[in-house]
Design a protein. Sequence first.
Length: 477
Amino acid sequence: MRQLHLPINDLTMSVMSDLAFQQCMAPDCGAAYGLDVVLYACRRCGALLDIRYDWSRCTVPKSLSFFESRWPTPGRSPEARADFSGVWRFRELLPFESIEKLVTIGEGRTLLQQADELAKKLGVKPGCLYLQYEGFNPSGSFKDNGMAAAFTMARRLGRSRIGCASTGNTSASMAMYARHTPSSNGHSMQAVVFVGGDKIAFGKLAQALDFGAKTIQIDGDFDQCMKLVQEAADRLGLYLMNSVNPFRIEGQKTIMYRVLEGLGWEVPDWVIVPGGNLGNTSAFGKAFIELRELGLLKRIPRMAVINAVGANTLYELHEREKIRFDNGRWDRTRVEAWYARMSAEGRRAKTVASAIEIGRPVNLPRALRSLEAMDGVVRQVSDEAILDGKALVGAYGYGCEPASGASIAGLRLLLEERAISPSDRVVCILTGHQLKDPDVTVNYHRGSRDGTGAGSYANPPVRCAADIEAIAKLLDT
Ligand code: F0G
């Protein structure tokens, strides 16, 4: 099983006095940096960074059940605020800042839902399907978990201008946290958002605008926005809040802690998650690798990452090209060649699930590491299957945005393939709220005016005269 253990070299020694530090994820580099050095990639080799801890000097509980004592207590003390947060309730597992300085607006108060009716519909045994609904976060998506951690760091660094590229949810979450986090000069932070021209769902754009983010609509897609914002970080001093920022990954680890908590600290057989920029994929793997290293878990669940057919980079690289993490020696040349072909053929990501319309996921190496550690698979599903998955989640009373429907579509596919059995315990991550992208939902149910083109599980509105007799007749039919 993959470990996060990396060689200790001269550079590492200089920061080892710190309890938490940043470290290059490439095992044969392993350069380390203090927490206060603003970096998104290793200066020496360009690889992504991990936040690492000297666990021997941290107070880590002996058992995960310790966290059960953390249900919120009333009051405004730092402890009460931290315990209210579904991120900071697990602070011993991401101990990079002291309790008084943690940023929270009550994120991560999400419950694992046992979905027996939906399970029945999908052919899964009762008690075996669970939905982790991250749409119940303050800004309506899982991003808030990561933002709580990244804003804690932004404040520590004294940054007053922060930025991200986004398909919508990152920008909504960042804009919201920016309003709640005073910078060192006492004013709230300036949030700068790069979104692709007309790609963003209105629910998300509405949030960024309402929260006062400087919203820059680029004539281009997410991949172009991502490239631009990375340049802007260097040139214009933006502190980058995308998931290349390793603190985002720390916050998002807690989604897995809550899943385990919801299962009474038992490990599920599978975790299924939609894959876009691959921040969640990266975070989930890191969470489990660390829990194993700490002796807090013996077994790690398997992971299935679900791409849309029109945005299937990870699927292509992992399943077709067989690119593997290979202890950090993943084949860059073949990955570069694959991207070069994508550009030469003019292929761009395209899917109805705009949140995951991403062709060049920045977290690819971290995601490969997670797939290796979690014995993971990657699948691609059609837009139609994504929308049907989303409709089923809605029909059974939860509701989610299109990208989250990919988890259910992926589960259906893996059941068909018999890779997942009906008695496996499966957790599907629902990443965003139902109301983020109502246009797609209404079109699915209504189709065109005459109801054609509606989805398989459509529940179209019915027209009726404003007359009680007509309504009575309609309800009887
Ligand atoms: N689901 C939703 C609702 C998302 O907003 C995203 C990503 C994903 C899944 C994919 O997650 O990047 O961790 O693989 N949205 C980003 C954004 C890219 O800008 O809001 P990932």
